[in-house]
Write a protein that binds this ligand. Structure first.
Ligand SMILES: Cc1ncc(COP(=O)(O)O)c(C=O)c1O
Length: 379
C-alpha cells in the first residue's frame, strides 16, 4: 500500500473554520471590517492585554511598515541575522537603508549578541532579531545592547507566534514585534501578518494605519484626506475570521508540535548522525524542525537527499541559505565566508515534516526514511 504524500507543512483548518469563512463570504462585507478589528483585539488579549496590534497582508508588509514607523530610511543601518528568510533583509533595502548582516550562533541559529555588538556603527538605527524556528533569540542581551546604544528593536517573529522567552510570550513586551500568518506558520490567515506595538507608540501606530491604507484619514464628517502616499496592505475580514479560529487553537497546535518534536528527538538516529536543532526550553514553539545533514560524509547532495525523500512520499524544505550568497546581497559586498555559521547551516539544513495534523507514525516514517537514505549513501 502506498502511503499518502507527507508534506513538510500543512495548515490545520477544521469544518467550523470553513463554515465561519462561508458566513463572512455571505455577509456582504469581505474586506477589512469588523472581523479584522475582532482579530486585532483577540491578538491583544492573547499577548496579555497591554499591546496595540495591527494586522497586514503579510509579515513582509508589517516589517517594512515597522521600519517606516521608526523613521528608518536612506543612510541608516539595520542589523539583520545572516541566516534568515530573505524578507527580513529585503525590507531594509526597500526603505532605502542598509542591512548589516551578522552571523548567527551555531546552536540556536539566532543572532549572536557578541557579534551584534561589534557590528553597530554610528549609522545603526535598529536591530532585527529573528526567533528562528520558534526559538526565542537572546532578547535580554539584545535589549540591553539596544538600550545602551539608543537603538530600536524590530523583532522578526514570523516563526514565533506562541513562543515564550523566559516564560513571557514573544510580542507581549519589548519594542515592535512582527508575526507571520503564512500557511506554513504556527497559525494562519492564508496570507497575513501583524505588528505588536508597545504602549506609548501612538505615533508609530498612526504611521502603520496610514501606510497600510493609502495614507487615508477621515474627519468627523467622513470626509477624506490623504496625508502620505501610503501603500495597501490591509487584511481582509475573510482572512481575519480564519485568524480568529486559528488563534483559539494556537496553544493546542504548539502542544502537538512539542509532542511530535519529542518523538523526532527520540527516533531520529542515523549513521553518520544528523545534527539535531537546539531543543531550547518549553517556550520553543517549534515552527519547523530542521536538522543539519552530514553531507560531508555522504555521496549525495542536499537536493539528492530531498529527491530521495520525495521518492518515498515525503516532502522537505530548506530554511534558509545564507543571505550573503544571494545576488542582491553579494552586490552589497557580502560574501558567504564572512558568516561561517550561516554558511554551514545554510548549506546543510533540511526541514523535515512537522505540523499539528501529523501522527507519531508519520514521524517514525520520516526517521526511517532518513536513516535508510543515509545508510545507502554513506561515504
Ligand atoms: C523569518 C521570516 N521573516 C519574514 C517572513 C515573511 O513572512 P510573510 O510570508 O508573512 O510575508 C518569513 C516567511 O517565511 C520568515 O520566515
Amino acid at each position: 500500500m502506498t502511503l499518502p504524500f507527507l508534506p513538510f507543512a500543512r495548515p490545520t483548518l477544521d469544518e467550523e473554520t470553513i463554515a465561519a469563512v462561508a458566513e463572512v463570504l455571505r455577509s456582504g462585507w469581505i474586506t477589512s471590517g469588523p472581523r479584522v478589528r475582532e482579530f486585532e483585539d483577540a491578538l491583544t488579549r492573547y499577548l496579555g492585554g497591554e499591546r496595540t496590534v495591527r494586522s497586514f497582508t503579510s509579515a513582509t508588509a508589517g516589517l517594512e511598515i515597522a521600519l517606516q514607523a521608526c523613521g528608518i530610511g536612506p543612510g541608516d543601518e539595520v542589523v539583520v541575522p545572516a541566516m534568515t528568510f530573505a524578507a527580513s533583509a529585503n525590507v531594509v533595502l526597500r526603505v532605502g537603508a542598509r542591512p548589516v548582516l551578522v552571523d548567527v550562533e551555531a546552536d540556536t541559529r539566532n543572532l549572536d549578541p557578541q557579534r551584534l555588538r561589534d557590528a553597530i556603527t554610528g549609522r545603526t538605527r535598529a536591530i532585527m532579531p529573528v526567533h528562528f524556528a520558534g526559538l526565542a533569540a537572546d532578547l535580554d542581551a539584545i535589549g540591553s545592547i539596544a538600550r545602551e546604544r539608543g537603538l530600536r528593536v524590530i523583532e522578526d517573529a514570523a516563526h514565533a507566534i506562541g513562543t515564550r522567552h523566559q516564560g513571557r510570550l514573544v510580542g507581549s513586551y519589548g519594542d515592535l514585534v512582527c508575526f507571520s500568518f503564512h500557511p506554513n506558520k504556527n497559525m494562519t490567515t492564508i496570507e497575513g501578518g501583524a505588528l505588536s506595538f508597545p504602549g506609548g507608540a501612538a505615533a508609530e501606530v498612526r504611521c502603520a494605519d496610514l501606510e497600510r491604507f493609502h495614507g487615508i484619514v477621515r474627519n468627523a464628517e467622513g470626509e477624506l484626506d490623504v496625508q502620505i502616499p501610503g501603500g495597501k496592505s490591509n487584511l481582509s475580514d475573510v482572512s481575519a475570521c480564519i485568524g480568529l479560529a486559528q488563534l483559539a487553537k494556537l496553544d493546542g497546535f504548539i502542544e502537538r508540535r512539542h509532542a511530535l518534536v519529542a518523538r523526532y528527538f527520540e527516533r531520529l538516529h542515523t549513521d553518520p548522525a544528523m545534527v539535531l536543532p537546539a531543543r531550547g526550553d518549553a517556550g520553543h514553539s517549534w515552527h519547523i524542525f530542521a536538522p543539519l545533514l552530514p553531507l560531508d560524509r555522504l555521496r549525495l547532495s542536499r537536493s539528492g537527499f530531498v529527491a530521495a525523500l520525495q521518492a518515498r512520499g515525503i516532502g522537505a524544505g530548506v530554511h534558509y541559505p545564507s543571505l550573503a550568497g544571494f545576488g542582491a546581497y553579494q552586490r552589497l559586498g557580502y560574501r558567504t565566508e564572512q558568516f561561517p555559521n550561516a554558511a554551514h547551516i545554510g548549506a546543510n539544513t533540511l526541514t523535515l515534516p512537522l505540523f499539528p495534523g501529523m501522527q507519531p507514525a508519520d514521524v517514525d516514517r520520516v526517521c526511517d526514511a532518513c536513516a535508510e537514505i543515509i545508510e545507502v549513501n554513506r561515504l
